[in-house]
Structures are given as C-alpha cells and as structure tokens.
Design a protein around this ligand. Structure first.
Ligand code: 13P
Ligand code: SF4
Length: 357
C-alpha cells in the first residue's frame, strides 16, 4: 500500500535537517516504505561493516532487528548513538539462546571433558551476551555469508564446534560446505538435562548444534520445493541457509540475502526462480524483475503460506519518522547501548569475524 504522503514528507524533512549527522542502515527484509530512506541496504554482514565504517555519523538508525542494532553499537565509537526505531523488533531465533542456558551448556561440555577442545561459533542472530560468551571462549561470530570461513577458522583452533543458535545454518554449513556427515552433528536441547546428550555423544560429535531456528525460514518444506517445481517447469530454487537441511539439499542454490540479490542480478533474462526467504525481499525482487527492461525474470515465493518476519515488519514509516524527529529535537528515543563489559568480549568475537580470510 502507498505510504502516507505526510509521513514521507516528515521523514524527508528530518533526514535533510540531520544531514551527515545520521546514517540509516536498512536490512533487506525491511518494508519498502523504510528501505526508501536507507542510506545503505545489506545483509547482516554488510550492515555490520557499514556501521563500523561510519565514524563520522553521530547517529546510526538501524532499520532491522535488535541484535543487529546491538552489533552496530559494539562496532561503532563510544560517542556514536545507535537507534532502533521500534524496541519490540527482536528476533525469535536470537531469543532461543539465553546467557544462562549457554553458560549451563558450557558446564555440560566441561563435565564431558570436551570444553577445552571446543570452539564456539555464534551466528550474528544472537544477543550481545551470547557474542560476549563466544569472545570469552576463543570463538567467532559468523553470518550466513561467511559461515564456512568461520567453521574453517574454528576447526583450525580446536577439534569441535559449538554452533549457536541456528541449528539449520550450522548443519547446512557443516554438511553442505564442509563435507561433514549428518552424524557428525548432534543437537543440544537447552530444555533437557545435559542438553539431552550423553558424554559419549558429545565426545564423538564434530559439531554441537544449538536447538534454535528461524520461525520464518523453518516453515519452508520439502513439499514447497516439490510443488514449485511442478507448478513452474524449469524453475531454479534459491533459498536462505536458515532453511531446513532437506530444503537446502533439494534447492539449486543457497545463500544470504545479499547473495540472493546478486544471483538474480546475474541470472539470464527470462529465467524463472522460486525464492525461499523473507517476503518483503522476495516481493521487492519480483517487482523489480517483472518488466522487460529489468530482464523480465520470473520471481516466485517458494511457499505462499509463509509470512513476513513479524519483527522485521515492526519497523514501519511511523516509527522511522518518530525516531528521526527525536534526533532532530535531541530527545533520542530507543537508543541501543551494550554495557562495556559485554561489549569488550562481544567485540573480540565480532572482530574475529571481520578478520576472517
Ligand atoms: P542475512 O545475513 O542473509 O541478511 O540473514 C538475515 C536474517 O535472517 C536476518 O534475520
Ligand atoms: Fe530472526 Fe528469522 Fe526474522 Fe531473521 S527472519 S529476524 S532470523 S525471525
């Protein structure tokens, strides 16, 4: 639906008044009405780098979810302020690993005698606490665009990896990119005593996967892939690595949001694609390629029953306007500030990621 013209004018006016003092980052899953005002759009890796590369901006407005804004705060200078236009924009996956649960897991690994040889690798989609745990225990952060490099690095440091909190990205990377088998991976369930694993299972495992998942990507199924192949003959299926292993195994290509955008850009005119990722991005891409001038590529959504990421969608134009106007009048709403002790170790883990070859 078209944006309220009054709000569009207010967003423009606030942005103009702030000039170089503000830099607006927009994740690819954001609504069109918000993307329109982003100075840069990207996947979570690109946005982390962009945030770190803007030391001159007094304010970073992060149009994305909470863990992304936290990461931006960690990577920016102490005088810079990071703002999340709606504090309720969390991530259900990140919430699936709490600091207490992860500390308990580390105790279980210690009991089993494997903590000394285990390197934590945490997906960007995690709280600053989990990132700090990762940094403290010699581990690194990864995103969907560098998970293989992170695992390569981790296996050069130790014998095992504890992968937090997305079991699917962990499993897909281990099996698809590292040539490990499904049996090399075990699933640690934080709601069961000892994670539901025996010391023997922990000793034999190469990758210990945390039992977390994305509630959006977890809904694409093998049936969605079969159905779309029937419905659109010759279609190429391209999915995000947060999808289940069976979906990834049945797809033609797998990659981060930035990868998906580039793959479609490079695709031949007239080609047909079914995309398994968040709906705002897929709709935007479908619209872009629906015309002759854009190469007339046919872009379908992998499964029509899957919805938007509800928390990404919380950032809308009214919230963006409210946040920008608060910067103009100096009240600065919704600042995201990680405490110094957490920041110190979380930064260590993030910097290891930024330094990955
Ligand atoms: P990307 O790193 O591919 O942008 O992953 C995004 C994601 O799921 C954010 O929640
Ligand atoms: Fe979290 Fe999934 Fe939404 Fe990404 S798409 S923010 S992983 S719930």
């Amino acid at each position: 639906s078209p944006s309220d013209p009054d709000l569009v004018a207010r967003a423009r006016a606030a942005k103009e008044k702030l000039g170089d003092r503000v830099f607006i980052l927009g994740h690819h899953y954001q609504r069109d009405e918000v993307i329109e005002f982003a100075d840069v759009t990207g996947d979570s890796f690109k946005l982390a780098r962009e945030a770190a590369a803007r030391p001159e901006a007094e304010y970073i407005v992060f149009c994305g979810v909470h863990f992304m804004a936290e990461s931006a705060d960690i990577l920016t200078g102490p005088a810079q302020q990071v703002v999340l236009p709606d504090l309720a924009a969390g991530c259900s996956m990140a919430d699936m690993a709490t600091a207490e649960q992860v500390a308990e897991c580390w105790d279980v690994l210690t009991e089993a005698g494997v903590a000394g040889t285990t390197v934590p690798v945490s997906y960007m989609n995690s709280s600053a606490d989990i990132k700090a745990f990762t940094g403290r225990h010699g581990g690194t952060i990864c995103t969907s665009s560098n998970a293989k490099r992170a695992l390569d690095w981790a296996f050069a440091q130790g014998e095992k990896v504890l992968f937090l909190p997305d079991q699917h990205l962990g499993r897909n990377t281990a099996v698809r990119d590292m040539g490990l088998s499904l049996e090399d991976c075990v699933l640690y369930n934080p709601h069961k005593p000892n994670g539901g694993l025996t010391p023997r299972q922990l000793r034999d495992a190469k990758v210990i996967l945390w039992r977390g998942h994305c509630s959006v990507h977890g809904r694409f199924s093998l049936d969605s892939v079969r159905e779309v192949r029937e419905r659109i003959p010759g279609v190429r299926v391209l999915v995000h690595p947060e999808c289940k292993n069976e979906v990834v195994a049945a797809a033609d290509e797998v990659g981060s949001t930035e990868y998906i955008i580039k793959a479609l850009d490079a695709a031949p005119p007239g080609s047909k694609w079914a995309i398994g990722t968040e709906l705002n991005l897929v709709r935007r891409l479908a619209k872009r390629y629906a015309t002759e001038g854009a190469g007339n590529k046919e872009i379908a959504f992998l499964d029509k029953t899957v919805c938007f990421c509800s928390t990404m969608n919380r950032i809308d134009l009214p919230h963006l306007v409210w946040a920008l106007e608060s910067l103009v009048d100096g009240t600065v709403v919704n600042r995201i500030e990680v405490d110094p002790e957490t920041e110190k170790y979380a930064k260590l883990a993030l910097e290891r990621m930024l330094a990955l070859p």
